[in-house]
Write a protein that binds this ligand. Sequence first.
Ligand code: PHE
Length: 352
Amino acid sequence: MVQTEEMSQLQQQALIDINEAANEKELQDVKVKYLGKKGSVSGLMKHMKDLPNEEKPQYGQQVNEVRQAIETEIESRQELLAKEQLEQQLATEKIDVTLPSRKMAIGAKHPLTRTIEEIEDLFLGLGYEIVDGYEVEQDYYNFEALNLPKSHPARDMQDSFYITEEILMRTHTSPVQARTMEKRNGKAPVKIICPGKVYRRDSDDATHSHQFTQIEGLVVDENIKMSDLKGTLELLAKSLFGDEREIRLRPSYFPFTEPSVEVDISCFKCKGKGCNVCKHTGWIEILGSGMVHPNVLEKAGYDSTKYTGFAFGMGPDRIAMLKYGIEDIRHFYTNDVRFLNQFKAVEDRGEQ
Ligand code: PHE
């Protein structure tokens, strides 16, 4: 049996409609019209019941062929439409890569970061490792392991922000030396610097901030002497403030070092004659240091009859203030872009 007239007309019309569908939505409508439950192809099936039984299978087969032809045509139209749409999209969304871009505002490296990196570079060159620590610290590492037991009056030197009785914001980077020694478990040498933020209960003014930065240094090995400390700090002073700088050690007190010294550098502004930077003394105090107290070594598991060490702690805030002539420590933390942008000029000149 050949296709009925009705079938071939329906198929032809369907192919025309499919190819006239201008987009996917219209094509969908055509699909529903012909292939949907109430569509024309289903309509053809309804004639089946009027046919003699022997013709039914063939009729059904032909309706299926019509359905298949329509489905195939819809699929290929669908592909074509999708391709056209993509091409159109690519054509309209073309970008001109030769157009000049919008200028990005480029900042400058924060003066504290510059200072910390400068100090890190020096010590990395001397074979030190950089070690990180916790800003929220246990009382044990911040004080006790550093020879500052609970009732020790020297705790008053560092007014602290306590979170609980046993946990506080670290008041210095020294807990990193205690932790590192403990971790190394009596092994030498230890040669580290630890830069980081520290916190003290202080009222903020031009030279005090409740948050500031420190860099701690620690060396532990056999035969480490005070002269090693002095040589290291001399190198540091010259590298930060110029080759002509000299250092002066003044006796001082820290619970974790013995002997302890305060270190001054000869004034880089007046070369020692006396000026406002050095408060007319010719010397500027830059850091605290000393030989690691035997109690600190022992607490961390080092045999203090075999090993000695030195430690020093400096404030990059103070060093940056001196280096760049910054009068107020608060500038570092308020992030006024006018302040920060001034360091672009330093960068452009390729200076440290
Ligand atoms: N931790 C001391 C302070 O913050 C500085 C210091 C470090 C002194 C190491 C001596 C040795 O005041």
